[in-house]
Ligand binder design. Sequence first.
Ligand SMILES: [Zn+2]
Length: 884
Amino acid sequence: MDIARTPATPDGNPEMADAPHRPAEPPLIRREDYKPFPWRVPEVSLDFRLGLSKTRIRSTLLVERNPDAEGSTVLRLNGDELSPVEVVVDGQAINSWAMDGDDLCVTLPGERHEVEIVTEIDPAANSKLMGLYASNGMLCTQCEAEGFRRITFFPDRPDVLSTYKVRMEGPKDQFPVLLSNGNEVATGEAGDGAHWAEWHDPWPKPSYLFALVAGDLVANRDSFTTMSGRKVDLGIWVRDGDLERTGHAMESLKHSMKWDEDTFGREYDLDTFNIVAVSDFNMGAMENKGLNIFNTKYILADTETATDGDYDGIEAVIGHEYFHNWSGDRVTCRDWFQLSLKEGFTVLRDQLFSADMGSEPVKRIEDVRVLRSVQFPEDSGPLAHPIRPDSYQEISNFYTATVYNKGAEVIRMMRTMAGPERFRKGTDLYFASHDGEAATCEDFVQAIEQGAGLDLEQFRLWYSQAGTPKVSVMLEHSGDTATLNLSQAVPPTPGQPDKKPMPIPLRLALFDRETGQHHGEQLVTLSKAQQSFSFTGFASPPVLSINRDFSAPVSIEREAANEDLVFLAAHDDDPFARYEAMQDLVVRHMCGLLSGSLDDQARDAGREAIGTAFAAVLADGQLDDLMRGELLILPGETYLAEQMLVADPAAIRAEREGLKAWLGTTLEGEFAALHARASKAPSTRDAAGKGARKVKAQALAYLAAGVPERAAEMAAAQYDAADNMTDRQGALMVLASLQTPERTHKLLDFYHRFQGNALVIDKWFAIQASSLHPSVLEQVKALAEHPDFTLKNPNRVRSLYMPFTGTAQGFHAASGEGYRLIADLILALDPLNPQTAARFVPPLGRWRRIEAGRAMLMRGELERIAAAPKLSRDTYEQVTRSLG
Ligand SMILES: [Zn+2]
């Protein structure tokens, strides 16, 4: 099927028909059209003459016919904004090459040739930050997915694997440090103040894993001894001055290396492992073999400038990129449709790692919250796609929560069904059978099937069907038998009107109301449209706890009395289920309020139930504060919007804030006491310290909604007393949402205190852009004119505009001004950095699920973008699919 439907034709859209210089429709690439490349490229040697505004590259490829592919005498090499300076075949310069679009085509008569190509590029002018580019005087690369073709002509596809030899030469004062993949094999002086270095990577890899860094950097150096006793040199490279903020990243790296040996039996395979931090970066980080390149956001931390969330993020991303060394680098993807093979699996690995390093239940809840607030809306909107997509125009658009987070959930379900030990047998078989290969999702499923001994025939539907399954749950009781009636439906998504039932593993427990106990957890698998399961030995109706630990990425629709949810919120021994009962209680109440189906009496009863559950959580001495903090978080506005067919963002905001205010007032004493108690905790980085900081922030948020003057005073005091960023930022976020003079004072203080620290100034932008303040729209407009704001730095752009897309009173302002602001941003950013620009389209693309007045305004902005005379492939695809 065809999920990225052919975009609207000109007749369907008169504005587009009139657009004067619209480039040809970008071609649709389909998974079913995959063909192996006719040539192999076993060896690549690259020679770089480095300069910020001119870098010359001589690339030498050993090419030979691929016996597994259809023959062709033409070697087609991908390029992007390149033209060849020189083409040499077997030592002879040739003129018989031809350009076909962006690609270079060379006719080769024989079985095996040496092809040399010279290109010249201007890294300083590369604002797309793909390929080789300049960032603050240094040179660095980002090649996934298709950046290598911006450096040299190459078969830039993940199934062409080569060993790389890289030689770099450049001025020593400008680029004292020269790094690439693999191991450094030689260095030397080149005269005229230049020097050179040579790096060899013995492991065959696709071009997307190539990396090069040249700049004035210093390293935090350490070492790690692997399970077989090999010593690996570790280096984390940053700008001078940032060195003291790399300690946590280094610890995280060593923990990752050890964990992957212990948990998955994976050992590191080179003498060196380097990480470089770069401040201009489109992504979070990149797993280039032996030379990871990171956004500074995921390297630099100290308690004064980084929050607990930042610390956790660093550990997770360091783990994620390191784990790719096996799930991604040693076994790579055959084509980009298989992206979830490496990403879904590696996200699961980093989630398990973070759970082992910190609190397992809290990590699980955080992961589910991300899935529900980002992936569920994607799965129910115009951009819905299976975790293994069937087609795309621009692959950058498929680095999505579906491929990553739902992909991880799908593999987690296999692990749940097999159990961790059998699952490990499956992953061992996968790594052993496909080491050194470009594999497919199907290869992975087969390995788990054989290694873990599971039948995954029907389970494969999780790879091909989009949409979040809805599971309806009904529990009946008669005699001593409880009968669970389950049914499932997978909603239609673009290109997939009809779905088949999928196997859905559900962990469940049945609680005795009197004792508060259950007789053991069970795992049932719902594999038909409707199925019933019976449980005997229940003299009275039990309380059902289902989808414990979020065993399946589905939405559960169940009839349960408020009192049952209050019971589970207080008693469930599965922490996720306990959290879920709290969420359900609130979601139902909010949905009732928003649909107008609750009379005053029902509203009061609903509130009372929530208040009772909150009071129990606040009073529960058995709970640690990290978990208490989770239980106190209300369902987010996007998740609430997902529960409705058509949502009114302003109404959701008003009701959610109304409930917060009611809780803040009703439980004022409890929240204030919690804040006071937590304020006395020592500010350590362990679970107790983190928990204390988390509940402090929660308490302030509720008090700010209920008793704003008191909260403003407390927040200002917390801000002044803070010896760490978590407390300071938490206090400032509360103040930024309030209309109080302290707001201005503290925002100004924060700015001056951290001026010059880009990552903290990003927070300063984000705090203001995400605030509940009524004039957030005007504030964001003003911040866009701030001297520290620039469209050229992706972190800065995201920090101002991404949080803004979550503001009901700003982005969703009834006037449409917020939508216009984001559309203007997309149009301004698209020529500079299309990848980042396209990421702002999905918030506008949700128009179908928003009330009619706003929906029309959102659609209008999408149409305005679509009518722009020149759009990148990235933005074009997202906009046309959103309108489609
Ligand atoms: Zn990844």
